[in-house]
Design a protein around this ligand. Structure first.
Ligand code: SAM
Ligand code: SF4
Length: 335
């Protein structure tokens, strides 16, 4: 195994795969209520195709895979995909990001198939607010999903809260307090601008600039509960920085793509549900792996294309120059 690294000497060992652009919710910062135009089913990579891509990437040094979407648990037999990927030599860690609605039913099977860890999106602890943010979701289903994931041994279960000014920022302390009483790992995420989010007519409630809350402000608020201590152990492959209050069983994490850009530590590639490999979440550049694979590319050829995409990784995103991704929404790339 050679190990992949990009033009800026960053090791690349992490692949995030969007397994579907479909979702059973419409979170107001992610999708318009009417949904988005869906990919034709035949354009979505099959599990065999995904396995071939993961195998090629693993032989180049990718050892971690995250399944996301859209909502990955709405894709049929997702458990089979986890089993297929967990048998690929070199893949040491498989994780999944979900809205949690279908998790209670799937947690044990996912664990048995080889899933290691799970992240659940949870922007509020209030049922009515949950329904408003997700447009129709039921909070109790997500809580049952989190419980089931814990019981199944999917460890650690991390919770993602996208912080929106005037929508859920009055719950920062409530979310953080969870970490004082149990093994909760709560990550606070800055709102990112995507395609239609900039178009107030399309995504009425989510006006990024008005709703954006920087991590520095979130952290200041949390320190009302006491001084946070950095957590030394790594809690994942991602960009979050973790802290805890002394003696607390859980942790809080901060993900600050905008205010404290972490591009210099970026170790990932992203694969969209229709097989486009992206070197960066926040830029529209893509390479069509589906076409390669459907034209009969060998494992060696796939590896060559993956290497090329790695060389295209930009040094950093260009949001501070007002250049945000326009071609796809977060749900169409895989968050
Ligand atoms: N459906 C799954 C879920 O909600 O966890 C997986 C896909 S979702 C696109 C992945 C993550 O992206 C979620 O935690 C979601 O909150 C986050 N997300 C979506 N749109 C975002 C945005 N504009 N800014 C920041 N995070 C966003
Ligand atoms: Fe669906 Fe996840 Fe986007 Fe919410 S954040 S609309 S659950 S893809």
């Amino acid at each position: 195994m050679t190990g992949l690294s990009d033009s800026f000497q960053r090791p690349i060992n992490y692949l995030r795969i969007s397994v579907t652009d479909r979702c059973n919710l419409r979170c107001l910062y992610c999708m318009p209520e009417e949904g988005v135009r869906l990919l034709p089913r035949e354009d979505i990579l099959t599990y065999e195709e995904l396995r071939a891509i993961v195998q090629a990437a693993a032989e180049l040094g990718v050892s971690r895979v995250r399944l996301t979407g859209g909502e990955p648990l709405v894709r049929g037999d997702i458990v089979d995909l986890v089993a297929m990927l967990s048998s690929v030599a070199g893949i040491e860690d498989i994780s999944l990001t979900t809205n949690g609605l279908l998790l209670a039913h799937n947690a044990r099977r996912l664990k048995e198939a080889g899933l290691h860890r799970i992240n659940v999106s949870l922007d509020t602890l209030r049922p009515e607010r949950f329904q408003r943010i997700t447009r129709w979701g039921k909070l109790e289903q997500v809580m049952a999903g989190i419980q089931a994931a814990r019981e199944a041994g999917l460890h650690p279960v991390k919770v993602n809260m996208v912080v929106l000014r005037g929508v859920n920022d009055d719950e920062l302390l409530d979310m953080a307090r969870l970490t004082l009483s149990g093994e909760w790992h709560v990550r606070f995420i800055e709102l990112m601008p995507f395609g239609s989010l900039q178009d107030a007519a399309t995504c009425g409630e989510a006006r990024t600039a008005l709703q954006f809350v920087p991590v520095s402000e979130i952290r200041r608020k949390l320190e009302q509960l006491g001084t946070l201590e950095p957590v030394k152990d790594r809690l994942g492959a991602g960009p979050a920085r973790y802290y805890r209050w002394p003696g607390a069983p859980g942790t809080v994490g901060f993900i600050s793509p905008i205010s404290e850009c972490f591009c210099s530590e970026c170790n990932r590639l992203r694969l969209t549900a229709d097989g486009k490999l992206r070197p960066c979440l926040l830029q529209d550049k893509e390479t069509d792996l589906r076409q390669c694979i459907r034209q009969g590319a060998t494992n060696g050829h796939l590896q060559e294309v993956i290497r090329q995409v790695v060389t295209l990784k930009p040094e950093s995103h260009l949001l501070d120059q007002g250049r945000s991704p326009l071609a796809r929404l977060m749900s169409q790339i895989g968050g």
